[in-house]
Design a protein around this ligand. Structure first.
Ligand code: PLP
Length: 458
């Protein structure tokens, strides 16, 4: 029998919920490279960023030194509607796998938006409101971010304009309607409502859009409408900062029971949930206080870490955004139509990119069919029907647990379960019908993306 002293679910009280976000950049020796102004190739200053982002969020974006940033009371109060989120000991999965490993997951799908994205959505909407703005603009791919942001905006009485990648707009009408119910206006991208959208439509008639393209439209919309700013659901330093609440809660809960994870695993699209989950643990590693293995999991169809280049690149297709130094497949790279919409971005968080580059973190790429096998196995024993994105982390957590079965090692594994998959039933249907395919880009496919990288600064 396993040690049953640890409950199936470790809940924290509201008082135990963190009062500060933790900024891992403060403990990094090699800081993430600054965003560059594409016109001058000089680091973006506060003033350069003001037309695009809210002031307070720019402060957070540029702050590489403040370790702890207080969470405003209004945001904490909103968090209390669905946080602290449970940390679950996956006894049933362990039993099923017959592994000596101990598996924990931090479940971020227990809010109406269904994913961790609400943690940053409410923060960004709050700062916009505080600045007296009328509204915010954004893009959404699969729709999780747009859903989270429209919820946060509804709560605060802010206008919310969402550019939704056209293929998702058409294939995920329910997501779209959730956003509209929360009061957001949702436009399929590319659209004729922006200059950059009209240009892309003229060059690629019939295109079903991409995240990079929707970002360009949302940024243009913000900068041409007084009282609006643009917000982004991943990649940026500020988003990782807000998501640190995931890792801080997980660490507090594990510390309560004297549990120290050996391996920490998360899926990586733009890197926000993974960055948030690992931040406090990575801080300990950076300060030499403890050691952990960190594993980023990405789809084999969009392998930014494992096959991308560490270079300055455009964040969007229209090249209206600053350049970021990150692991990237090139802003023109369009991944094949895999079902993990949240993991289809061409780039990666500059913070995680630097940590990976410095050998502080590992990355693996996994194929879609294997991911859904893991999702099914997990759903059948743990009950939760996971999002396809989250299931990438489940796949690797299971693989590590099976390795422990071979070696007899009693490793402790922690992974991030970022959301539920109820809006992804088309993907599950494909899997259940045996119609799911795995597409891995060839080296030539990737070369096309790399060819579009900008000339690198000296
Ligand atoms: C958006 C999303 C992701 C990927 O985004 P990150 O910024 O890499 O965390 C993962 N899981 C879910 C459920 C998402 O909605």
């Amino acid at each position: 029998m396993k040690n049953q002293n640890i409950p199936y679910k470790i809940y924290l009280s509201e008082d135990e919920m963190p009062k500060y976000w933790y900024n891992v950049r403060a403990d990094m020796v090699n800081k993430p490279a600054p965003l560059l102004n594409p016109a001058t190739m000089k680091p973006m200053s506060f003033d350069d960023l003001r037309p695009v982002f809210c002031d307070e969020l720019i402060e957070q974006e540029l702050d590489d030194t403040t370790k702890l940033i207080p969470i405003p009371d209004d945001i904490r109060n909103f968090y209390k509607m669905y946080r602290p989120s449970p940390l679950v000991r996956a006894y049933c999965l362990e039993e099923k796998l017959q592994t000596p490993a101990k598996i924990y997951y931090k479940f971020e799908g227990n809010n109406t938006s269904g994913s961790h994205k609400l943690n940053s959505a409410i923060a960004q909407a709050y700062y916009a409101k505080n600045q007296g703005l009328k509204g915010v603009t954004t893009e959404t791919g699969a729709g999780q971010w747009g859903t989270a942001l429209s919820m946060a905006c509804a709560y605060l009485g802010l206008d919310c304009i969402v550019y939704m990648v056209k293929v998702s707009y058409e294939q995920k009408p329910f997501r779209r309607e959730v956003m509209r119910t929360y009061g957001a206006s949702v436009t399929p991208s590319p659209s004729d409502t922006t200059e950059v959208g009209r240009k892309i439509l003229a060059e690629h008639p019939g295109t079903t859009g991409s995240l990079g393209c929707a970002i360009s439209e949302a940024v243009e919309c913000a900068t041409t409408h007084p009282g609006y700013r643009y917000v982004l659901g991943s990649v940026l330093n500020q988003v990782l900062l807000h998501q640190s609440i995931i890792g801080l809660e997980a660490k507090t809960a594990l510390d309560k029971y004297g549990v120290k994870p050996d391996i920490i695993i998360g899926c990586a699209g733009g890197g926000s949930n993974l960055g948030g989950l690992i931040s406090p643990f990575m801080g300990e590693k950076l300060r030499g206080e403890a050691d952990y293995r960190f594993i980023a999991v990405e789809p084999a169809s969009c392998p930014s870490f494992t096959r991308g280049k560490f270079a300055y690149d455009y964040c969007d297709t229209g090249m209206v955004c600053p350049l970021a130094k990150m692991y990237t497949l090139g802003s023109g790279f369009i991944p094949s139509a895999n079902h993990a919409g949240g993991l289809r971005y061409h780039g990666m968080s500059p913070v995680l990119s630097q940590l990976y580059h410095d050998g502080l973190m590992e990355a693996v790429a996994v194929e879609q069919t294997a991911v859904f096998e893991a999702a099914e196995q997990f759903a059948r024993v743990e009950g939760i029907l996971p999002a396809p994105e989250s299931s990438h982390a489940i796949r690797v957590a299971i693989d590590e647990a099976l390795r422990c079965r071979e070696t007899g090692e009693e490793k402790t594994i922690l992974f991030g379960l970022t959301g539920t998959g109820y809006f992804d039933m088309t993907a599950y249907e494909k899997y259940n019908n045996g119609e799911m395919t795995d597409y891995i880009p060839s080296d030539e496919d990737l070369e096309k993306g790399f060819a579009g990288l900008p000339v690198q600064p000296e």
